[in-house]
Design a binder for this molecule. Structure first.
Ligand SMILES: *[C@@H]1O[C@H](CO)[C@@H](O)[C@H](O)[C@H]1NC(C)=O
Ligand SMILES: *[C@@H]1O[C@H](CO)[C@@H](O)[C@H](O)[C@H]1NC(C)=O
Ligand SMILES: *[C@@H]1O[C@H](CO)[C@@H](O)[C@H](O)[C@H]1NC(C)=O
Ligand SMILES: *[C@@H]1O[C@H](CO)[C@@H](O)[C@H](O)[C@H]1NC(C)=O
Length: 487
């Protein structure tokens, strides 16, 4: 048998050699192909390695708004520091101002503003960078910034003022103010349910068209006829967009007003601040900051990190949450508030998201909330009475799990809440935050009111490290002062 095997081998090699003799030199040719393949492999491997190192450097040596030449090659890094700042900072809070500036140097900001009150005193009010990079308009105290869901804190304060005056009650059914609302299993829903995102109207089955949104009767009809999202069973599920529309319908009925009108006619005048929920007039064109979302690679990387890695992301794609998609989708056709400079986006009032304001206007309202609703400037009226403040600030115990946010959100009766992200040295802050990073929070114990707005959206996380980093410096200083005072 072995001899046979050998024979076969021999005959094979003979055969192949005879073929090779006929067709000139395939061994050399395959060697040549192999060499080219090896070189190609080496080139691809080297390119991949360099590319990988480049991408690594790009993603880690600076933020999404650092010039890529600087991240990858360390070239033109001086541009990173080419940012100017304006405003005021109390000498004791220089470290907070420094952190604000560091956010720019780290490539995490384009234009931003921060403002803080401690004990009723303004300690920080800074703006930096660009309102509009292309048009080279600096970010100033005149800049108007969309703060998305931070607007909900304003809307909740406005409602609290009506409750304070006895015009509204959290425990009252919405049908008391708006009988048509009682359709589709919504007859028992209270104002308090709405303020806590538990009114069962987190999304609309029939999206509203822009033209309908500008027709008050049609608008009101659509909102009233929406059936309860959960068949009448009280369920907490974030009313991302609809929150403010329903609040406005109630305010229209009890006081012929809206959150925008209260802000314009009362708050802005009484407190020398600026909130505008539909600045569609020409005069605002050059004051509104467009958004900058940063390069796709950064956004994708940070989104993956935020959702817990590629597998978690895939899982989310395969099992999309219907409620989340419906509630977060923009219900008005063609209007995305990200395109906040477009007239279409500026015409429709949305007290859940369309607040155009600045950091100081947020911080001043927050400072009064930190002061139990009382005014912080002599001669100005109180924001809320002590009783009104106490009622609206009653904690909801235990915190309810939100179907959309998929976590328990500690909240107070008036509608504002506490974010895990904004707990510093065990000190909690109350208020709300907006998509992309804006923050509207206060702490009553240490009397801190804080506002942060920006036009750069480097990730989907909110609040993020930019604002929390600044607030941490403020808290450190306040704690230090309190300790010294006690000694
Ligand atoms: C509203 O409350 C009434 C009285 O308690 C009850 O009979 C009715 O079923 C409730 N409606 C819904 C949709 O839960
Ligand atoms: C309601 O307010 C509008 C202005 O926002 C005014 O034109 C209208 O007359 C008011 N209606 C009533 C009934 O007061
Ligand atoms: C929305 O956009 C589409 C396509 O761009 C356009 O045909 C349509 O008229 C727009 N609708 C409104 C209400 O602007
Ligand atoms: C934010 O800062 C904290 C503490 O400084 C750090 O642990 C965390 O990784 C930072 N997060 C991001 C997204 O940079």
């Amino acid at each position: 048998m072995p001899s046979k095997g050998k024979k076969r081998e021999n005959s094979k090699s003979r055969a192949s050699s005879s073929i090779s003799n006929k067709q000139s030199n395939p061994t050399t040719r395959s060697t040549a192909i192999w060499s080219v393949f090896k070189i190609l492999t080496a080139v691809v491997a080297a390119a991949s390695a360099i590319g990988y190192i480049g991408i690594e450097r790009y993603l880690t040596q600076g933020g999404p708004f650092t010039p890529w030449t600087c991240s990858v090659f360390g070239y033109k890094c001086e541009r990173r520091y080419d940012v100017s700042f304006r405003g005021y900072v109390d000498d004791d809070y220089l470290s907070a101002a420094e952190t604000f500036k560091e956010n720019f140097y780290a490539g995490e900001e384009v234009g931003a503003a921060v403002s803080a009150y401690v004990d009723g005193k303004l300690v920080l009010d800074l703006q930096g960078g660009w309102q509009n990079v292309e048009e080279q308009i600096p970010y100033t105290d005149k800049t108007l910034q969309v703060v998305f869901s931070s607007t909900k804190a304003l809307a909740a304060i406005v409602v609290a003022r009506f409750v304070d005056r006895g015009i509204l009650s959290y425990d009252e059914k919405i049908t008391t103010y708006w009988p048509e609302f009682g359709q589709g299993n919504k007859e028992n829903v209270t104002l308090g349910d709405l303020m806590l995102h538990a009114a069962g109207v987190g999304y609309l089955d029939v999206p509203i068209k822009t033209a309908e949104a500008e027709d008050p009767e049609r608008w009101s009809y659509i909102l009233a006829s929406q059936p309860h999202n959960f068949g009448g069973i009280r369920t907490r599920s974030y009313h991302a967009q609809t929150y403010g529309w329903y609040i406005n319908e109630i305010l229209q009925r009890v006081a012929n007003t809206t959150v925008h009108n209260v802000a314009m006619d009362e708050l802005n005048k009484q407190y020398n601040i600026e909130w505008n929920l539909k600045p569609y007039q020409l005069e605002y064109d050059n004051r509104i900051a467009p958004f900058y979302t940063g390069p796709l690679l950064f956004r994708a990387t940070r989104l993956l990190k935020l959702v817990g890695g590629p597998l978690a992301f895939l899982n989310a794609v395969i099992h999309p949450d219907n409620i989340a998609a419906k509630s977060l989708a923009n219900d008005l056709d063609n209007i995305s508030l990200i395109d906040c400079r477009r007239l279409a986006a500026r015409r429709i009032e949305s007290p859940a998201a369309s607040g155009f304001t600045n950091a100081h206007s947020i911080a001043k309202l927050a400072a009064m909330m930190a002061n139990g609703g009382k005014a912080i400037v002599d001669g100005e009226p109180d924001l809320l009475s002590p009783e009104g403040f106490e009622l609206s600030s009653t904690p909801i115990d235990p915190p309810e799990i939100d179907l959309l946010l998929r976590k328990a959100m500690p909240q107070e009766k008036g509608g504002w809440g506490k974010f895990d992200e904004v707990v510093i040295d065990g000190i909690e802050f109350t208020g709300w935050a907006g998509m992309g990073g804006s923050v509207f929070v206060w702490n009553q114990e240490y009397k801190i009111g804080f506002g942060y707005v920006m036009n750069a959206i480097p990730s989907w996380q909110s609040p993020d490290n930019r604002s929390v980093g600044i607030l941490r410096q403020i808290v450190n200083e306040v704690l230090k002062k309190n300790k010294n005072r006690k000694q």
